[in-house]
Design a binder for this molecule. Structure first.
Ligand SMILES: [Zn+2]
Length: 639
């Protein structure tokens, strides 16, 4: 037992005279589950600077939504009923609010409660403080979201694959859900939830929770009901509404998407059941019942979002040959790292992403073999080194795993430090203690912290208690505190296999020596990771003749693989290579994945003379089709 956890447990007992035992996943909807309330951590490092909530005074533990989806007005509105726990003498509860139009706040018996929306911060939105009477246990908030709510993207029929019906989807992480749900929007304040969603008849609503009743269509509307019995971080509440069809992939998995995309999506995702089995072998039983996926329209800003029971996916991973499905391994792995054990604050985002990136490659290894996993590790380390350079070198404070986000948006921490330095840390521990011992610890970690918030300090205390166990020599070898709290990469970092890309690296060297060489024959036999390694390892400055030869021999402008296309366009932009411009324009106007569009448009914008006018022209066309999150990033370029 470590100090931090006992302090947390004490806080939970002090605040809530209720059952804090673990939910029983084998009995979804069981009574024990309904009563389980996840603890609030009370250590200073668990205080979330990106939420106005004061959960140690009063906290939400269940959200019940009854909402109407209004495509004409681009608003979601209705009621949010919040069940709260509070200190007996708490006089108010503070929620997070971003642009919500609050119509009324009442208690469970309908008695109005005083409330006040405070000053708005550009990053955080505003506090919504509701006065509590001594007996207030429930709030009923009548409200609607603003038409520009940051979590929501409203697509016209023309912006969908089917072109006939509108589409809506949400993205809650990191702090967007406060723009459509008035609750305490902090990952450390876990809440169970349910929802009744009214949509125009003919559309289907899906959410990140199991359906709790069959849909009903009546009087021009359809009503869908959902219930998430486990407590989750509120950023994990997600919705999609559109012309959606479903195809089963196996006993407990399936895919939702527009009918026109269903066959291609299902084919690409054919390995999903095998992935769940592989992940369970590593990390213990899958706790969420079903694992379904929603393949979204191309404007979805991320690769994937691990919304529980319903991963949201970009369609850009569909390459026709399953070559990019490590994305699915990643989102699936989040069912343990991120969704079971969740970073209590965004300063410890690496606990979500680094652990998941590590686990993703273990799943890839189990399904596709050690060579492919070793290659993905090596690409990850390349990305890590590039990220460190971009952040100003190994002494930059933003290269720490536990980062300081004071005064900044949590998305500033969404870098390859969290993903790849985090993964490298876990790989290093694995290499030092051996896989068997490490796996046993990792399985135990998820079991000990399931449905709970975690911090770097909890991670370190747990690993010391359950893996190091007082072994001083081992403690020294692991350099745990250096990894978590110091910038740069510790000296004990396990290096990627230098032979992972032996053939590709030889081709890169030959390309440097021999100005007539293009690896046309090799390219045909290379997998996606090998192609990416080749393109990313080429000198960043190349003459037009050599780019022309590459494009002609390798068919780069025409590739259907979006990762390869991105790597090529990145190189083309760096060299002002005009023949790639039509492909670039097509890529930037037909999908809005932030990982792809942000670096390309930024690189163009930095090149004042040549690139900026191109960025300006393309962004003027593309902006309307991008998600608000992507727009916010790119608007900063003032194009
Ligand atoms: Zn992730």
């Amino acid at each position: 037992m470590n100090l931090v956890r006992s302090a947390a447990a004490a806080a939970a007992l002090f605040l809530f005279a209720c059952d804090t035992s673990q939910p029983d996943a084998s009995k979804p909807g069981g009574k024990a589950e309904q009563e389980a309330i996840a603890p609030i951590l009370n250590t200073p490092d668990a205080a979330d600077i990106h939420s106005y909530a004061k959960p140690l005074e009063a906290r939400v533990h269940h959200v019940s939504l009854d909402l109407n989806v209004d495509f004409q007005g681009k608003r979601i509105g209705g009621t949010a009923t919040l069940d709260i726990d509070r200190k007996p003498d708490a006089r108010e509860i503070v929620l997070d609010d971003r642009g919500l139009e609050i119509q009324s706040v009442a208690d469970g018996s309908g008695k109005p409660l005083q409330y006040k929306v405070g000053a708005s911060d550009p990053n955080l939105g505003a506090p919504l403080a509701v006065a509590l009477n001594p007996d207030t246990k429930r709030l009923v908030i009548r409200y609607r979201s603003a038409p520009d709510a940051g979590a929501l993207q409203w697509l016209t029929p023309e912006q969908t694959a089917g072109k006939k019906k509108p589409y809506l989807f949400s993205q809650g992480q990191a702090i967007e859900n406060r723009s459509w749900i008035p609750t305490q929007d902090s990952p450390g304040i876990r809440q169970s939830w349910d929802a009744t969603i009214h949509v125009p008849a003919g559309l289907t609503a899906v959410m990140s929770a199991p359906r709790s009743a069959e849909p009903i269509t009546q009087g021009g509307e359809s009503v869908f009901s959902f219930r998430m019995p486990h407590s989750v971080a509120p950023y994990m509440i997600a919705i999609g509404v559109g012309d959606l069809a479903f195809k089963s992939l196996g006993a407990r998995s399936g895919v939702w998407t527009e009918p026109a995309m269903l066959a291609a999506a299902a084919a690409e995702l054919a390995d999903t059941e095998k992935m769940i089995d592989a992940a369970e072998k590593l990390y213990g039983a899958y706790q969420w019942g079903r694992y379904d996926m929603l393949v979204l329209p191309p404007s979805f800003p991320f690769g994937g979002m691990e919304n529980p029971t319903l991963t949201f996916l970009t369609p850009t991973f569909i390459a026709g040959d399953k070559s990019l499905v490590s994305l699915v391994a990643h989102e699936l792995a989040h069912s343990w790292s991120g969704n079971l054990a969740t970073n209590a604050t965004w300063a410890d985002f690496w606990l979500n992403e680094g652990m998941t990136t590590y686990a993703e490659r273990r799943v890839v290894e189990a399904l596709y073999g050690p060579k492919r996993a070793a290659q993905q590790v090596a690409l990850g380390v390349d990305a890590l080194n590039k990220q460190i350079a971009d952040l100003g070198g190994p002494s930059s404070p933003d290269t720490r795993l536990h980062i300081d986000l004071k005064g900044r948006h949590p998305d500033d921490g969404l870098t390859d430090i969290a993903y790849e330095k985090g993964a490298a840390f876990l790989r290093t521990i694995e290499a030092i203690v051996g896989r068997e011992r490490f796996d046993a610890w990792l399985k135990g970690w998820f079991d000990r912290h399931r449905f709970q918030p975690v911090t770097s300090a909890i991670f370190l205390a747990d690993i010391r208690a359950n893996l190091v166990k007082g072994d001083k020599a081992l403690e020294q070898k692991l350099m745990l505190d250096d990894w978590v709290y110091k910038p740069g990469l510790p000296a004990n970092m396990v290096k990627p296999d230098p032979k992972a890309f032996a053939q590709v690296d030889a081709a890169v060297s030959r390309f440097g020596r021999d100005s007539a060489f293009v690896p046309a024959a090799e390219w045909k036999t290379w997998n996606t990771d090998e192609r990416l390694r080749f393109l990313n390892r080429l000198p960043r400055k190349l003459p037009a003749t050599r780019l022309e030869a590459l494009n002609r021999s390798l068919g780069l402008n025409e590739t259907r693989n979006n990762e390869v296309l991105f790597a090529w366009l990145d190189l083309a932009v760096a060299n002002r290579f005009e023949p790639a411009l039509p492909a670039l324009e097509r890529f930037l106007t037909t999908q809005g994945r932030r990982k792809f569009v942000k670096p390309l448009i930024e690189a163009l914008a930095k090149d004042q003379q040549w690139g900026r006018p191109i960025a300006k022209r393309i962004y003027a066309v593309a902006r309307g089709s991008y998600h608000p999150i992507t727009q916010r990033d790119l608007d900063e370029l003032k194009l």
